[in-house]
Design a protein around this ligand. Sequence first.
Ligand code: ADP
Ligand code: MG
Length: 451
Amino acid sequence: MKEQLEEIWSAICGELRQRIPADAFARWFAGARLLELGEKSARVGVANTIYQIWIEENFIVPLKESMLAVLGHLPAIQFQVAEGRAKDLPAPPPEEPEDAHNGRHHGVIGLNAGYDFESYVVGSSNELAHAASQAVANAPGKTYNPLFIHGGVGLGKTHLMHAIGNAVVRRGKTHKVCYVTSEQFTNEFIDAVQKGSLPRFRRKYRSLDVLLIDDVQFLGGKDRTQEEFFHTFNSLFDGRKQIVLSSDRPASEMRDLEERLVSRFEWGLSAELMPPDIETRIAILRKKLAMMKVPVGDDVLYFLAQRITNNVRRLEGALLRVAAYASLSGKPPTVEAIEPKLRDLLQEDHRHSVSIEAIQKRVAELFDLRPSDMTSKKRPASIARPRQIAMYLARRLTKSSLQEIGAAFGGRDHGTVLHACSAVADRIAADSSLKQKVDYLERELKGTQAT
Ligand code: ADP
Ligand code: MG
């Protein structure tokens, strides 16, 4: 039961981290615990009343949203101040371990110890990214630099980045490792500009051995931050320090990102994370279940793995909800019992299920072609252009990777798909009647999705 509460709380924290700034999370929630969970109420332990007041006044909405997302229902939240038990509840984390005099930091920044290679399940969908991450962790700055990990939401990018950082630190290679999201980097930079502490900001980032910077797509459109990051990148790279970047899309598809940054992001190795296949999904569920110690039958695991296909975070969320349900009801859950409780998670997944085949079929119809033209090698523009439109739509409407899309179009490579996407984007921008046609197709295909 205690392990379960810990698991559930850590999932709630995962949700919270997406809703409140990282520093606020670290200060106010890192020491909190879920002490008790019932159908109607939940007890959250905090170190003292200041935490309770502060959380109630500032973070109660995100906390409730996070509990709802994980549990599927919202119990009344009660706080318990852990008087006399302060040793169970870690004190708030110290300020960033940084030497105020020279800005050089002496320790690891921002790593989540729970995300390591041991807890990462490897399958064909992620083996390249996983192998590259291990190579980088074994020899930071010496193999792939930068390592650029990209892929859809919830496929394990952040997990891999922390795993690299943790492995480097655990092997005692260095402690000058920093994980930041690109938003944190942006905020810190703006803050440093306002407070006149840029030199300190620069020393902090440029003295690192390993910089892990997550979700760099958010640098798009932020010109001054990009400029600063460009110099950070160069300084680390020239010093043979390791840089690991993640993004929800390939560097070349990044919006409003300076060309010189795009090209740097492509200097090293780009590895794409794809949605895991069913075997990997089951293996992930088994691994997470083993840590939770709740009895959940194989039928339930298969049900979850079959119904949630392209987002591991959601898969994990569903498993946690099942675990929470099992611990409340005190008996192993059945598929019938849990299905109604998982509707939101299952449905959301279904909304993304336009198939590439459906797209090819519809595009072929509209342009008066045969479906086989979509996969053939024919090159006349009357065929090649609609085919590119179909690839473009596949990119927008499905979660398939570039490789998978290429494969579905008669074994083309991912570069061909990328080229098709940008060619179509250019043509649409220049030709409003084509734009109407493509918009129409997109709306129609979305409408035909299973609900
Ligand atoms: P992303 O950063 O790509 O959105 P995350 O790294 O946050 O995704 O992963 C979402 C959740 O799924 C995390 O809890 C992570 O531990 C889990 N996860 C993703 N891929 C795997 C995997 N291959 N093995 C184990 N857990 C995974
Ligand atoms: Mg992430």
